[in-house]
Design a protein. Structure first.
Length: 140
């Protein structure tokens, strides 16, 4: 059982915990990969890696042209398979999450009619207890 949840007493809570574990397993690698790509792109496109020295203002056009040439060299062009993969993979991940969460939503939405209701009110110096018993549900 998970560390952060208390022991479940209903089947619905067991399913909620299993859904939580599944979503956690799906999201942690996504977050790690996205962070890795972000940090890698920071190091690749940092100013040190462009091999550009500090020049005076008169050479600004040459520096800008040099940077544009390096950026164009490092850019990816027309990777249809890569675009297809990063479109289909999130759809599959969302489909897995939806397939597991939708039945859970419908099972937890089921409302039971109680046989009796106990209402306890705390007043300033004493407690008040009200017990409502529905005789129709007790007979059937």
């Amino acid at each position: 059982m998970p560390i952060f949840f208390q022991s479940p007493s209903t089947l619905d809570m067991i399913q909620i915990i299993l859904l939580h574990d599944l979503i956690l397993v799906l999201l942690v690698p996504i977050i790690l990969i996205a962070t890795l790509i972000f940090i890698t792109s920071i190091f690749i496109f940092s100013e040190k890696n462009f091999l550009v020295k500090r020049y005076e203002v008169k050479d600004f056009g040459k520096i800008l042209a040099f940077r544009v040439a390096i950026i164009r060299f490092l850019q990816f062009n027309h990777y249809s398979i890569l675009e297809l993969v990063w479109t289909i993979v999130p759809i599959l991940i969302l489909g897995i999450m939806c397939a597991n969460s939708l039945p859970l939503i419908f099972t937890t939405n089921f409302e039971l009619t109680p046989h009796f209701t106990l209402k306890i009110l705390g007043n300033q110096w004493y407690w008040t207890y009200h017990l409502n018993i529905d005789m129709k549900t007790l007979i059937t």
